[in-house]
Ligand binder design. Sequence first.
Ligand SMILES: [Zn+2]
Length: 231
Amino acid sequence: MSLAKRVFELHQIEQAILSQRNQADEIDLRLNHNSAYEKAREELSAAEQGEADLEGKYKELDAEAEQLRNNIQRINDKLYGGKIKNPKELMSFEQEAAMLKSNLVPKDDLLLAMMERLESRKAEVQRLQELCKTIEAAWNKEKPELKVEREKVVAEVAKLEKKRKEIAEDIDSSALSAYEGIKGRKSQPVVRVEQGKCMGCRVTLSISELQRVRGMSIVTCSNCGRILYLS
Ligand SMILES: [Zn+2]
């Protein structure tokens, strides 16, 4: 096999190693991250916070309403306790009770509306908790398969690395360093020659270039600088 063909093989193996490594990275990403789960967790956290805030406001308002109810009760006890006989005093207590009751009505209405909102928030929190659990269960089920897949990829990389080493040992150091240099500049550093043309840049090679490509040394395209090989 020609030296250039050997270099081409080396590049192919390196590409395969790169692709397998990318695959391993992708598997790692799927093992460690789950965007659907992360999104559901964020939504759950926001919903829980919303529920806690509303619950706090509800309790505050309920305490105020409770205070009013107690005051109304205390006045009613006085009004109907039979101890107060003075009509003026009775009237003043009646007026106070009426005022307190009128203050209580909007608070009770608001409490009812808040209770409804709180219930719907609780239902939302529960829905999101279940969604998180469902996604997590599916993810956990997928993980062992992903780990097996990852092991296969890692083994394949090891196999390819070994092959890469064998091929590289078969190539002399000047050809290797030429290859490494071109690899830094071109994504396809080694290309075929077809019908007298460089398949990297499609430029027709001269007769002398073609003759040199048929030889045993490394020849680069005078136009694009890639290593040429004949298949
Ligand atoms: Zn070329």
